[in-house]
Each structure stands twice: as structure tokens, then as C-alpha cells.
Design a protein around this ligand. Structure first.
Ligand SMILES: N=C(N)NCCCC(=O)O
Ligand SMILES: [Zn+2]
Ligand SMILES: [Zn+2]
Length: 333
């Protein structure tokens, strides 16, 4: 397929021209194995990527429906339809910097502690090459080792967390590492800049009012899904941007932030969520933020229909990737 990939012409001095996606006008987009957006595998770019898309097929941390271990590959399949120019951000993301698919991290499904260590190590190795990460989960447990790797590189990071759930609960069945607890652990470990923590899209029943009190004590601000509906995307995005400022920013998107009408394929669905249009617009509004890496988690394709969820997820990852490549290109001048 290498003879049919798009070859962007606007290379920057001393930076190799990025190798782009397979050209879908010459090779049918449904042909061949799936990589994210039909981009090259990282072994096809000499192990080099400015943004590495990496899968984490792991769902041992879930409290309800399993299946997010298949999420990354479902997103890759759905991403075959993405195109090289992103009009909403006026950018050709894969021409601005090298985005490559780094494959999957092979994590132990029978041992959460070991899995968490494996993710941290693999993420750290990719970050050490200079890449930013666009991680495709997997359940939300993986945000903890990803944030450990981020903090090691950047120090405590600002967090923008899109999710129906707080994910700052303490333990489930006595277990500290679950998909409902990563951000409490991250605060406890000092991985986050507690002056810039926001949940967006929060909704649904809680265990008690104390969940909110604990969350606020950790430093989180909450923009509920009803806030997005009442105040609108622009006002909410302005507020989030002010809170983030120029800090290194990590974005974690749990696909259940979307209403089940927009993302049925997930393990812990909650009614009354964001539309995919709202999510994509808020993300686009982050342009200029110092986005150091992002994850997209909790896609569970067994509950999906007509790829509704994985298509929304692929577009979410596309907007996040575009933000990162724009920033990389701007820094190169
Ligand atoms: N989907 C994520 N990440 N967390 C949901 C935890 C919901 C619960 O079982 O209380
Ligand atoms: Zn959630
Ligand atoms: Zn979550």
C-alpha cells in the first residue's frame, strides 16, 4: 500500500515530510488491515511519531458491562472513513506532523496491578521518543498509568475529563484500581495540577452527596451535561480554557459522556448526555491549549449499533489529534 499513500508537500526544514494515510481515492478505504485513519504503523515510519496512536485492549477494571477491550480496534475500523483535511480546525492534521499507529500495549487481563504497570512503562517509552499519545482504550482504569507517565515527563498536568461519571470514587470491592477510581488515585499521587481539574458532561445517580463533596475537595470543577445544554458550548469552552491557561493539559474522554443515543456501545451508559456535536465543538474550542496527550476510553463495541459509538469515537480522536498536530506545527514555526 505504500505506493498509494498521500504525501503532503508542505514539509518543514529539517523535519521529514510526514508519511500520510493510504489514499482512499486509490485504495478502497475498506481494504487492508485497519490502522487509525489508515495511517502508517510506527514501524513504517522508522519508529518515529509526533503523535502515536496506541491501543490498550484492557477491561478488567469495569464495574458493569465488559467489552471495552475491543474498543481500540473498533475505533480503528470506524476511522477508515476519516479524511485528511479537517475543515472545522482548518488543518490537514496528518500533513502537519507525523501521526502513526503504534499498535496495542499487550496487557495482562488477569492481573490489574501488572496491567497498570505495563501501561505506565509502555506509555513512558513512547513519551521518551518525543511522541504525544492518543490512546484508545480500554476501560478508564488506564487513565491512571497514563497520567503517571505524563507526570513523570511534564510534572502535574491540568486535566479535562469528559465523562458521565466522576471516576473519583475510592474503591470498588476494596480494589483501588478500577475504572471508577483513576482520578482519585491520580490526585492522591500528585499527578494532577489541582488548580485546573474539570469534569465535563457529568450526570446520573451517585452513591451519595459525599461523592460530590469529595470530588470538590480534590479540586475538581464540574460542568454537567445540563450546564452544556443551558449555557451553550461557547460559554462553557471559554470557562474551561480560562481554567486551563497555558498549563500542560491532558484530555481524557470516556465515550459515555455522550448520550446513549450517540454512544450506545459502552459499559455504563447514563441518560441525558452530550451530543457528539457538542463534544466535538468543545474539543475544537481547545485550540491553542498545550495539549500534551489524550485518551479515549470505554468504547464497548458489543453494545454498539451500526458503529454509532465507534464513529463518534473516531471523530473524537481525530479532533484531538488535529489539536496536537497543529500545536506541534506551530511550535516548529
Ligand atoms: N465508566 C466509568 N469510567 N466509570 C463508571 C463507574 C460507574 C460505577 O460503577 O459506579
Ligand atoms: Zn463514564
Ligand atoms: Zn470514566
Amino acid at each position: 500500500m505504500s505506493s498509494s499513500e498521500t504525501t503532503p508537500s508542505d514539509s518543514v526544514d529539517s523535519v521529514p515530510t510526514p508519511r500520510g494515510p493510504v489514499d482512499s481515492s486509490r485504495v478502497p478505504r475498506y481494504a487492508g488491515p485497519a490502522t487509525f485513519a489508515r495511517l502508517p504503523r510506527i514501524d513504517e515510519t522508522g519508529g518515529r511519531a509526533d503523535v502515536a496512536v496506541v491501543g490498550v485492549p484492557f477491561d478488567t477494571g469495569v464495574s458493569y458491562r465488559p467489552g471495552a477491550r475491543f474498543g481500540g480496534n473498533a475505533v480503528r475500523e470506524a476511522s477508515r472513513l476519516l479524511r485528511p483535511y479537517n475543515p472545522a480546525q482548518d488543518a490537514a492534521p496528518f500533513a502537519l506532523a507525523q501521526v502513526a499507529d503504534a499498535g496495542d500495549i499487550a496487557v495482562n487481563p488477569f492481573d490489574i496491578n501488572e496491567a497498570v504497570e505495563t501501561v505506565e512503562e509502555a506509555a513512558g517509552s513512547l513519551l521518551d521518543t518525543g511522541a504525544r499519545l492518543m490512546t484508545l482504550g480500554g476501560d478508564h482504569t488506564i487513565a491512571l498509568p497514563l497520567l503517571r507517565a505524563m507526570a513523570r515527563k511534564h510534572g502535574p498536568v491540568a486535566l479535562l475529563h469528559f465523562d458521565a461519571h466522576l471516576d473519583t470514587w475510592d474503591t470498588y470491592f476494596g480494589a483501588a484500581y478500577t475504572h471508577g477510581t483513576p482520578f482519585r488515585r491520580a490526585v492522591e499521587e500528585g499527578l494532577l495540577d489541582t488548580s485546573a481539574l474539570s469534569h465535563v458532561g457529568t450526570r446520573g445517580p451517585l452513591y451519595g452527596k459525599r461523592d460530590l463533596d469529595d470530588d470538590a475537595k480534590m479540586g475538581f470543577g464540574i460542568v454537567t451535561s445540563a450546564d452544556v445544554m443551558r449555557r451553550g458550548v461557547d460559554e462553557v469552552t471559554d470557562q474551561l480554557r480560562q481554567r486551563i491557561g497555558s498549563r500542560p493539559l491532558y484530555v481524557s474522554v470516556d465515550i459515555d459522556v455522550l448520550d446513549p443515543a450517540h454512544a450506545p456501545g459502552t459499559g455504563t451508559p447514563e441518560a441525558g448526555g452530550l451530543t457528539s456535536r457538542e463534544l466535538l465543538e468543545i474539543l475544537r474550542g481547545l485550540s491553542g491549549c498545550n495539549l500534551v496527550s489524550a485518551d479515549l476510553v470505554e468504547v464497548a463495541p458489543a453494545y454498539d449499533h451500526a458503529e454509532i459509538t465507534s464513529v463518534a469515537a473516531s471523530h473524537t480522536a481525530y479532533e484531538l489529534t488535529t489539536l496536537m498536530t497543529r500545536q506541534i506545527a506551530a511550535a516548529r514555526g
